[in-house]
Write a protein that binds this ligand. Sequence first.
Ligand SMILES: [Zn+2]
Length: 176
Amino acid sequence: MLCPGCQSDVVGKITTKKENIRIRGEKINVTCQTRVCNICGSDIHDAELREKNIKNAENVYRHIHSMLFPEDIALIRKSYGLSQRLFSVVIGFGVKTIMRYERGALPDEAHNNLIITLRDPKIFIDIWNRKRHLLSDGDNAKISHTLSISIKDPNLLRYISFGFQDRHSSKAIMSN
Ligand SMILES: [Zn+2]
């Protein structure tokens, strides 16, 4: 690598130092790894290390704001037996967004807050009930089945089929 300080072609050495990285306008102080010239000590740009430092800062940001980590998002989705595609239909934002979040991208705050609420099956069922018409009968049956296995509360179990009956009754009203 070419050192910007002394113009020598050097490998450089990795050092650690505390640095502020701005995440969504907030200064996050993290221990960063940087590459410096072993001749003159100048900083040498290292895209890979930079990316790692940003990831670390984002993780600290997640902790500060109690935000979901990628594995939390996947866990919430899988607890309802949903593929990324079905999850995206239910929650109403793109499958590519879900994929990015589960691969490690920092979620948009509104998205994060919505996904957090879905840990409560009652809220999930409520949202799903409003999106059932966008899913196939087979997919809806699978979701009902997954919910009926994991949910022990009889009141909540009744709630699973509530949306369906409700739609039928509203159809009946409309056709009158
Ligand atoms: Zn140098």
